[in-house]
Design a binder for this molecule. Structure first.
Ligand SMILES: Nc1ncnc2c1ncn2[C@@H]1O[C@H](COP(=O)(O)OP(=O)(O)OP(=O)(O)O)[C@@H](O)[C@H]1O
Ligand SMILES: [Mg+2]
Length: 263
């Protein structure tokens, strides 16, 4: 029987008298990789924050890796989840070095609260190096460029060898070559037997590679559709999702989308 990594059960999330997510249910099985799509403000990051335990559902329940939030050690659970998000970029301590920030993923902590041994720092350094960012290891995080910060966050998410890897617009700020290298690394990573279950949020459907086998579409905080990419990444569904006319196709390099704006 397949193992459930995330189970979101009829979750509603309200803030300041506004319903941001409404009756969302989503089950992620181990080894199934998802893309999460939706317009700006549709609730994607909020849903991921709930899954990582940074926010709490108003109604409904969430289980991650067999544990229910509220009935387990949140810090332990967070170590099993790697999270790359630009929402996190500014929360990290600017005075720490890129290497320290990358290593802090070992404790899933924002800011350091223990020192890391040589082996742990070497692991963080290897990940930075793999992303072409080893030369930044000793530079203060706050002085890095956007793309350099993003690479540091990616290393931070991977260093704890998570069971669930959440990539919330991971290519933001990456230059074209870095983006392509990163996407290829992800292709390789996804093919590994020990790969974590992955969730990719993106506004660019060309970043949805063949290893993505399911898609969840959120519209105004509700699930519009869930299914296979071949069923959902089509002109009609994408048009419905973004309230526009668009043409979606698939070429040798994956999906592409062309907008057809009125007027
Ligand atoms: N703490 C909060 N208080 C009030 N409103 C909030 C809060 N957090 C999120 N929102 C609102 O909830 C909605 C969903 O936000 P969210 O960040 O989840 O969107 P998103 O789908 O990730 O969008 P984007 O594609 O722009 O990243 C937005 O309209 C946002 O303004
Ligand atoms: Mg977001």
């Amino acid at each position: 029987m397949s193992e459930t990594v995330v189970e979101v059960n009829q979750v509603t999330f309200c803030r300041k008298q506004r319903t941001i997510l409404s009756d969302v249910s989503w089950r992620i099985e181990k080894g199934r990789h998802w893309a999460l799509l939706g317009a700006n403000g549709s609730g994607k990051t909020t849903l991921l924050k709930l899954i990582c335990g940074y926010e709490w559902p108003t109604f409904g329940s969430i289980h991650v890796l067999g544990r229910r939030f509220g009935a387990c050690d949140l810090r332990h659970l967070r170590k099993l989840i790697g999270w790359v998000s630009s929402a996190m970029c500014h929360q990290l301590p600017g005075q720490d070095t890129a290497l320290q920030v990358a290593a802090s993923g070992l404790e899933a902590s924002i800011g350091l609260y223990r020192t890391f041994d040589t082996e742990e720092l070497d692991k963080a350094r290897r990940l930075l190096s793999h992303l072409g960012a080893e030369h930044l290891a000793e530079q203060r995080y706050g002085t890095l460029s956007q793309g350099e910060q993003q690479k540091t966050l990616i290393a931070r998410a991977l260093v704890s060898e998570p069971k669930l890897l959440i990539l919330d617009e991971p290519c933001i700020g990456l230059d074209p070559a870095s983006r392509e290298r990163f996407l290829r690394d992800l292709d390789e990573f996804a093919a590994r037997d020990d790969a974590p279950t992955m969730v990719l949020v993106t506004h660019h459907i060309e970043e949805i590679r063949p290893w993505v086998d399911s898609v969840l579409m959120l519209k105004n905080g509700q699930v519009l559709a869930a299914g296979q990419p071949a069923e959902l990444i089509r002109s009609e569904t994408m048009g419905q999702l973004f309230n526009c006319h668009c043409v979606v196709g698939q070429g040798d390099n994956g999906y592409w989308l062309r907008m057809e704006m009125a007027g």
